[in-house]
Design a protein around this ligand. Structure first.
Ligand code: GDP
Ligand code: GDP
Length: 436
């Protein structure tokens, strides 16, 4: 299920990143008195009561040397494009400025729900200042204080109230959602195009099945697939779409809705530092991952070159040791037929459930093969294990003392589980928990 997205807009220094940090619950972006400081992160998960949603700090989408007003307009456009609900933040101590009115004009035209947050209302006496903000025409303004954490509950109640109700027809559960990520020009759009023209692939515009018009539905060999954010790969020509922060934001949004993420590399240019960063997003999100080496037509290939390239990939992406590598050419369609089967396998493994008794047979064999370590004279005792979640498969191992479960032993158990059940393409998680 896709999480709702909330964007914070407003002119510099009204407190966007302060509020972002409050709501996300960690200090992940830099707050400074200088307007327009660079932010570390602009997209993160937040939670209110029982609802989780994704939050964008549009202030972090910085388009270089553009005049302030142009930047603000672009940030508002990002919010309008990406968000389900927009928090329009103002400074209660300064009232409505000309810049605020500019932003308001864009938001009027957007048809997206807008909630007004009047920030820097640090004490209750200031609350009478908020009446002026009714004149913006977005309904009730909510007095808040980002630095003191005041009023955020009422603001969020209002925001959450606008989230779309999940009543639309959903795709059947066995649909595989996947996305393609990679730096510009690795061939994402070309690969989507080639896949859509593959033999026996049926592309359908299934109406009303999703809110995201940017998705593409396809079917092959009785399996439904959705390619997420296909339109995000087309260059639509808006200025902010070329900024790195914005591409990261799009990628994170797409990854989050995916079962399987294809990390594209370019055989022609080789592996770059940026590839690693991008691949890291997929891994961190716990999605199934396939590494796709595209443009294989540009390489004079024999089995040896493939092995050599594979070695390089493995060295660069050690954290993705579970990801299969598919070599292909979007252009000539060479080896393209290997991709969909790889996606199916990775997706099945990502959702795989292992019966507790079968799992414990494997764990007991592992214990017999490699006895548990002792730490300061105390031996780790493993009692039993059980799978507690899928997507990705997650296991709890009950032990006498979790502190005795070292990384290396956990890694050993993970490898035994992988050997036994073949979780190719998916990360798996193992947690140690105390049981007397
Ligand atoms: P942004 O440019 O809109 O992201 O604004 P920042 O979050 O960087 O905040 C700008 C300045 O306003 C910083 O010095 C913050 O400490 C300050 N600030 C943010 N929220 C509040 C608040 O609720 N009360 C007060 N007094 N200052 C705040
Ligand atoms: P994107 O930015 O990741 O969506 O990349 P594009 O799909 O726009 O491709 C970038 C460039 O690489 C274009 O000039 C494509 O024609 C070219 N390209 C894409 N796939 C291949 C391939 O498999 N082989 C070769 N030789 N070129 C490719």
């Amino acid at each position: 299920m896709r999480k709702s997205v909330v964007a914070i807009v407003g002119r510099p220094n009204v407190g966007k990143s302060t509020i972002f940090n409050r709501l996300v619950g960690e200090r992940i972006s830099i707050v400074e008195d200088t307007p327009g400081v660079t932010r570390d992160r602009i997209y993160a998960e937040a939670e209110w009561l029982t609802t989780t949603f994704n939050l964008i700090d549009t202030g972090g989408i910085d388009v270089g040397d553009e005049p302030l007003l142009v930047q603000m307009r672009q940030q508002a456009e990002v919010a309008i494009d990406e968000a389900d609900v927009i928090i329009f933040l103002l400074n209660g101590r300064e009232g409505i400025t000309a810049a605020d009115e500019e932003v308001a004009k864009l938001l009027y035209k957007s048809n997206k729900p807008v909630v007004i947050g009047v920030n820097k209302m640090d004490n209750p006496e200031m609350r009478q200042e908020i009446y002026e903000f009714y004149s913006l025409g977005f309904g009730e303004p909510f007095p808040i204080s980002g630095s003191h954490g005041l009023g955020l509950g009422d603001l969020l109640d209002e925001v959450v109230g606008y989230f779309p109700k999940e009543e639309e027809a959903e795709m059947p559960d066995d649909t595989i959602y996947f996305s393609l990520i990679g730096r510009p020009n690795v061939g994402k759009s070309s690969l989507v195009n080639s896949m859509l023209h593959e033999d026996r692939v049926i592309v359908s515009e299934m109406e009303g099945t999703t809110r995201d018009a940017v998705d593409t539905h396809l079917r092959k060999d009785d399996q439904d697939f959705v390619i997420i954010d296909t339109a995000g790969m087309r260059k639509r020509g808006k200025v902010y779409e070329t900024t790195e922060k914005y591409s990261v934001l799009r990628a994170l949004k797409a990854i989050e809705r995916s079962d399987v993420v294809l990390v594209l590399l370019d055989a022609e240019t080789g592996i770059r530092e940026q590839d690693k960063k991008i691949a890291g997003y997929a891994h961190d999100a716990g999605r199934a991952v396939i590494i796709v080496v595209n443009k294989w037509d540009t390489i004079d290939s024999g089995d040896k070159t493939m092995k050599e390239f594979e070695k390089k990939v493995r060295a660069h992406f050690q954290f993705l040791d579970y990801a299969p590598i598919v070599f292909l050419s979007a252009k000539t369609q060479k080896r393209l037929h290997t991709l969909i089967p790889a996606i199916r396998t990775a997706s099945e493994n990502h959702a795989k459930r292992i019966q507790t008794n079968v799992l414990n047979d494997v764990i007991m064999d592992a214990l017999a093969m490699n006895p548990t370590p002792t730490v300061k004279g105390r031996r780790l005792k493993v009692l039993y294990a059980t799978q507690v979640a899928v997507k990705p498969p997650s296991f709890v191992v009950f032990v006498n003392d979790p502190d005795l479960m070292h990384f290396t032993y956990k890694r050993f158990l993970e490898n035994r589980i992988r050997d036994a059940f073949g979780f190719i393409g998916t990360p798996i998680k193992i947690f140690a928990r105390r049981r007397q």
